[in-house]
Write a protein that binds this ligand. Structure first.
Ligand SMILES: [Zn+2]
Ligand SMILES: [Zn+2]
Length: 419
């Protein structure tokens, strides 16, 4: 009956994308079980092998496999993360977990760009290649990993060092990238390493009216002043056009904590004996991380000013040979030229390879010495990851599937130079 036909939702690449977007995988309580179960149902309809790992309890990692005809060749891994950052629904034009599509084709959802688009595009590209009777020579793996947005330590970090991973003999990885408002596809050969720095100050407490040296607040504010000055030197390089954002060290304060709580507020006539500040630091691979550590110890949080600090390094800055985590984008990397040609073959233009300003799970793969590129095929799209009103246009999403068809068929069928 035509009426029920109209009311039942069609099953298309776009509606499958919308259904995936509707699964609430935002922190702090990502519904990994539903996401994995949905992706598994898709894998089944395509005819992919499936395994679920629990490197950490209740944090599943889904691995789908399309076996190639020559399993002795290194395989191709397509990675995306299952989780998303939180969203504040009241600040969105459309609810962040409804995946509403406007008449113009914009699909609004948390995760539309970061990075649920590529999760479904990988599958749709493989579905189309299978339907056209394409057979890969190299094995193609697709991984869906938990916890990327909170550092990846219970997800990709454990996966990358596992026996299970070793057995995959991964030769090349594609992971998420970023949108481009212009019409070229961006590609990333490195990430910045994320550090969290917590600086704690102690000092003499005292009456709010007194002037004295070495209060906790004064000691902390001196650090903030020095870090702010350093931040300016870095930002000035960007403003002067000598570097882009991702090529300098960013140091941004993210919280301040002090004061003596009294009732609903603070005791305004007391100078506290403790004060604390948190900083998000991102280090480009071109910088020696030890120099930053020295600066922290000697300048930003020296004991002499009654300061202590805790530096949390979220992952590696170097591979096992001590080299910075950068994937070559030249002839020394045989995968690079195949990737580049595949984009061109699909009618796409590739931008100059960049360092990513933020951070992805790619760093764990690069640490293993595996060439890894960050790539999300979104051209003519504003950069909205982690922002309100994150969206992706349906036509851009569909074009991305074609791009991946070209990439996956090219990378899985070239035989040279990677033994
Ligand atoms: Zn992401
Ligand atoms: Zn993100």
């Amino acid at each position: 009956n035509p009426e029920s036909q109209e009311s039942s939702e069609p099953d298309t690449p776009v509606t499958r994308f919308q259904n995936y977007l509707r699964i609430k995988t935002a922190h702090p309580n990502p519904d990994y079980a539903s996401a994995v179960s949905y992706l598994n149902s898709q894998a089944q309809s395509i005819g992919l092998q499936s395994r679920t790992f629990q490197f950490t309890p209740n944090k599943p990692l889904l691995l789908l496999t399309w076996p190639g005809s020559d399993p002795t060749l290194p395989s191709l891994l397509l990675n995306s993360h299952l989780d998303s950052v939180p969203a504040e629904p009241s600040k969105w034009a459309h609810p962040p977990f409804a995946a509403h599509r406007t008449p113009g084709g914009d699909i609004f959802a948390r995760g539309a760009q970061d990075d649920k688009c590529i999760a479904i595009q990988y599958l749709e590209a493989i579905r189309n290649l299978k339907a056209s009777n394409f057979n890969p020579i190299r094995t193609v793996h697709v991984s869906y990993v938990p916890d990327e947005e909170i550092g990846g330590m219970d997800g990709a970090a454990k996966f990358a060092v596992s026996e299970e991973f070793k057995e995959l003999k991964v030769g090349f990885v594609l992971d998420e990238g970023q949108a481009n408002p212009g019409d070229e596809f961006r590609v990333f050969y490195a990430d910045r390493t994320p550090w969290n720095l917590i600086v704690k100050a102690k000092g003499m407490p005292g009456h709010g009216s007194r002037m004295f040296d070495n209060s906790a607040m004064e000691n902390l504010m001196k650090s903030i002043e020095l870090m702010t000055r350093f931040r300016e030197t870095q930002f000035d390089e960007v403003k002067a056009g000598n570097a882009v954002n991702s090529e300098v060290i960013s140091v941004n304060p993210v919280y301040l904590k002090s004061g003596i709580v009294s009732g609903d507020g603070f005791a305004m006539n007391m100078q506290p004996s403790e004060a604390e500040a948190g900083f998000n630091i991102r280090i480009p691979p071109t910088v020696d991380p030890d120099l930053v550590k020295k600066r922290i110890a000697e300048e930003w949080a020296p004991e002499a000013r009654n300061l202590t600090y805790q530096l949390i390094e979220n992952g590696p800055t170097r591979d096992y040979m001590g080299r910075p985590l950068m994937t070559p984008t030249d002839d020394s990397n045989p995968w690079w030229s195949v990737f580049k040609q595949a984009i061109a073959a699909a009618g796409g233009k590739l931008a100059k390879p960049e360092i990513l300003a933020s951070t992805t799970d790619a760093r764990f793969m690069r640490q293993q010495g595996i060439p890894t590129l960050g790539f999300s095929p979104m051209t003519n799209t504003p950069i909205l990851l982690h922002e309100h009103d994150e969206f992706l246009k349906d036509t851009i999403f569909l074009k991305g599937i074609k791009i991946y068809e070209s990439i996956i068929s090219a990378l899985s069928s070239f035989e040279g130079g990677t033994q």
